[in-house]
Every structure is written in structure tokens, then in C-alpha cells.
Design a protein around this ligand. Structure first.
Ligand SMILES: [Zn+2]
Length: 318
């Protein structure tokens, strides 16, 4: 089952990550291109049908990168890189302004084309091709891992980037550190014709989605689904089946989409985790997808939650 994040057209070519001679050569090539991110947002050309901007490596904006290029791999034999320019401060911005801009707002840059903007992937993922979303998720996941993992978890010393951005190495104790991926279960729990939806306190008004939670050490996927649903809503779940998964680089999750059959129906929420949880019928979910129910806003297009709900409504989940 394909979700929006499964569409990579890049050969990661891991054997080249440590090949400094080949990397130097590739960076000199006219066919080498790079994506650029700024504070978690990726540069997208809005005018050209919403596509990721692949820039030549001598593009002026890349001079603002504060770390080496990450080697993403080869696309049709041509090298592809990712750069981070998060240290760039837009003229006149307040120091905390980045955190306050909505996902739907785009940010331009004086050194890029007028139709290109740094965009939040969540607001754009249903418009980009699966190949572009895959590139964006990879680059964002790696860049944000570096930003948050600069020190050795074993001895506390500052670590160095290695393997063209795919590892960090501790110069003191020798420990190698790898980009992390945190598995999260997200589940379509049904009882007859109803689906279980919940909302967190900080979500936009009316937004409800499938329950989700981080897996814990020692759990299988099905065990994590049953534990999370019981903890958050006190619903007991019987059969659980895996359906699809989606890299979700906010900052480093892998969403594992499942369906489960509820054995009970009385909801008791965990008020620390959830503001509300409700059973919603297919007709009610359909009305919300059509925008006819302001009290119930559906999950974002392009998210695995939306994908699973759409499949449930269309009766295409196997
Ligand atoms: Zn160390």
C-alpha cells in the first residue's frame, strides 16, 4: 500500500558516503544539485506546479550553509545533496518569530527566485510528488538529527559529522552515532460502523484524528496499539493488522499505520494525553471531509491518518 512518503527515486549509494575522492568529483560536476532547508522548511518552487527547488552547488544561497553538504545519493546517476541555512535571519525578524509562523505561511529569501519559498512540509505534502516528499523527509530528518545530536550520548564530548552526513563520530570515546527513527503506532480503531478519533489540547479547533503513540522497548506493533488505545481511551482492542507506514520527519518519527477492532465501546480518556475522544460514524466522517461539519475537521491531506480514514470510507483497507 503506497502512502505519500513512499516514492523515492534516489539511489542512496551508501558506498560513496565515505569516498572523499568521488564526493569531491561529484561536487564539481555541473549535474550535481542540492536541496536547501531553513529551520525545517524546504525550498519549493510555487510557480512550477509546486516542486522542490534543485539548485546548482554554486547557488549563492548555499553560501549561508553552516555545515557540510549531506550526500543524499544519486538520481539518474547525478549527485544530490542537502544543505541547511538555518542560521539565516530574515531582515527585521524577531528572534522567536520562526516558531510563530503558521505552517501555511511561506518564507522567501533574497537570493532565490521570487516564486520560491521555504515551506512547511505538512502544508505541502499533498501537493508535492511522492519523490519530492521522500527527498524532503530524508533531508529534514537528517538535518534536524544533526541539530539536536551534537554531543556524544556516551561521554558528552562534541561529535563530528562523518559518512557525508549519515553518521556522527565521537573523537573522545570512538562511539559511532546513527540518525534516529522513532517508531510511532497510529491506529484506525473501529467498532461496527464507527471509528475512534481523538484530539490533543493544542490542535486547531475541531481537529480530530486517529489515536497514535510512541512504541516502547520490548513491544510488538500490535501490543503497542492495544496499550496506547487502552491508556488514552480505556478501549480494549482485539485483532490488529498492519496496513501502511509513513516517514514523518517532525522531527524523526516513522508512523506505522494499523487497523484494530474494538472489543469495548465506553470511552474514558486520559486527560493528560487527550482533550477528547469520540466514536464517529462513517457518515459523520464523510460530512467532515466535505467541509460540512465545522465541529469535526479531518486530518490533513497527505498524512497517514487521512490515508487510513479515506481507505476506511472507501472500504479499500485489506
Ligand atoms: Zn564519546
Amino acid at each position: 500500500m503506497n502512502t505519500v512518503f513512499s516514492g523515492s527515486t534516489i539511489d542512496r549509494a551508501a558506498h560513496l558516503r565515505d569516498d572523499s575522492a568521488a564526493l569531491t568529483q561529484m561536487k564539481l560536476s555541473k549535474t550535481a544539485k542540492a536541496v536547501v532547508l531553513w529551520r525545517g522548511r524546504i525550498l519549493v518552487d510555487i510557480a512550477a506546479g509546486k516542486t522542490i527547488c534543485w539548485l546548482p552547488l554554486d547557488a549563492k544561497v548555499l553560501n549561508q550553509a553552516t555545515s557540510d553538504a549531506i550526500f543524499l545519493g544519486l538520481q539518474d546517476g547525478n549527485a544530490r545533496f542537502a544543505f541547511d541555512i538555518s542560521s539565516w535571519e530574515p531582515t527585521g525578524w524577531q528572534s522567536d518569530q520562526t516558531d510563530k509562523i503558521a505552517a501555511e505561511n511561506h518564507v522567501g529569501h533574497p537570493d532565490v527566485a521570487a516564486a520560491s519559498y521555504f515551506v512547511d512540509l505538512r502544508s505541502m505534502m499533498a501537493d508535492l510528488t511522492p519523490a519530492d516528499v521522500s527527498v524532503a523527509a530524508t533531508a529534514k530528518g537528517l538535518i534536524e538529527w544533526h541539530a539536536a545530536h551534537g554531543f556524544c550520548a556516551n561521554c558528552g564530548v562534541a561529535t563530528n559529522v562523518s559518512k557525508s552526513g549519515w553518521q556522527r563520530h565521537c573523537p573522545s570515546c570512538g562511539r559511532q552515532h546513527f540518525p534516529r527513527t522513532d517508531p510511532v503506532v497510529i491506529m484506525l480503531i473501529t467498532h461496527g460502523n464507527d471509528v475512534l478519533l481523538g484530539r490533543s489540547y493544542d490542535w486547531p479547533t475541531g481537529m480530530y484524528s486517529l489515536l497514535a503513540g510512541f512504541m516502547e522497548p520490548g513491544e510488538t506493533i500490535a501490543e503497542a496499539v492495544r496499550r496506547e488505545v487502552f491508556e488514552e481511551a480505556a478501549i480494549k482492542v482485539g485483532a490488529v493488522d498492519y496496513l501502511a507506514d509513513q516517514p514523518w520527519p517532525f522531527p524523526s518519527s516513522l508512523m506505522i499505520g494499523c487497523k484494530g477492532t474494538a472489543l469495548t465501546k465506553d470511552i474514558t480518556i486520559d486527560p493528560i494525553e487527550l482533550e477528547s475522544a469520540i466514536w464517529v460514524s462513517k457518515d459523520q466522517v464523510l460530512a467532515s471531509m466535505d467541509g460540512q461539519n465545522p465541529a469535526l475537521r479531518p486530518a490533513r491531506k497527505g498524512s497517514i491518518a487521512r490515508f487510513l480514514l479515506d481507505g476506511w470510507l472507501a472500504d479499500t483497507l485489506s
